[in-house]
Design a binder for this molecule. Structure first.
Ligand SMILES: [Zn+2]
Length: 212
């Protein structure tokens, strides 16, 4: 279960966390966590291509290692890449040095300055170290696609009802989320396109990492 409300210690670090882009004039930001996954990520890429939509993939580097061709395709098709660790580590149960090593190792596959902590949770110390190198990207619209207790229709309606200019939406290109994702994604892309909004990748200039 992702911890939706930010832990208190996050609050002093808000300036280093992106929840959405409030000044955005035309775009929304779809993100996909936990891939690349055979049978799922290629399908996601096909859907995005049909709408000329770009997204950001917060990859698990162990999955990149297993599926290098799919990862190549994600990059080639103009999507942005984010670091989601090598092994989907639980920050609050992992020694800080080990945590940082996992993230650094992941970046030898991913080469990005965006980081999304697995489960949306991280300790204050890990957070401080990570933000020397990365902008932490969370979300304002959590699709719940990974939950077997949430129906495909509910996932779809929740995202369509809540997405607005500058939103960051979380989906998962994982086997766990596949059933909900296959129903929701084309409908969400339809709805976004119908409003005239554009799906864009998240790009943060490196110089801005410790600012704003
Ligand atoms: Zn994840």
């Amino acid at each position: 279960m992702i911890n939706l409300s930010p832990p208190r210690f996050f609050q002093r670090f808000f300036k280093n966390i992106i929840w959405n882009f409030p000044d955005e004039k035309e775009g929304v930001f779809l993100t996909f966590d936990d891939g690349p996954t055979q049978g799922v990520t290629p399908w996601v890429l096909d859907q995005l291509a049909r709408y000329n939509a770009k997204a950001t993939f917060f990859c698990l580097a162990k999955n990149v290692e297993m599926n290098p061709d799919i990862f190549e395709r994600v990059v080639r098709e103009g999507h942005a890449i984010g670091n989601h660790s090598y092994s989907h580590i639980k920050g609050w149960r992992t020694d800080t040095t080990q945590y940082i090593q996992d993230v650094i190792y992941a970046n030898s596959f991913l080469h990005t300055n965006l980081y999304r902590p697995p489960y949306g949770r991280i300790t204050a110390r890990q957070f401080r170290l990570i933000t020397y190198q990365y902008k932490i990207v969370l979300w304002d619209v959590l699709s719940m696609d990974y939950s077997r207790r949430v129906s495909p229709k509910k996932v779809t309606k929740f995202v369509i009802d809540n997405v607005k200019l500058g939103s960051i939406v979380v989906f998962h290109d994982s086997l766990k989320a596949e059933r909900n994702l296959r129903y929701a994604l084309p409908r969400v892309l339809d709805a976004i396109t119908a409003t005239g909004m554009v799906c864009k990748p998240i790009v943060i200039p490196r110089k801005n990492i410790r600012e704003s």
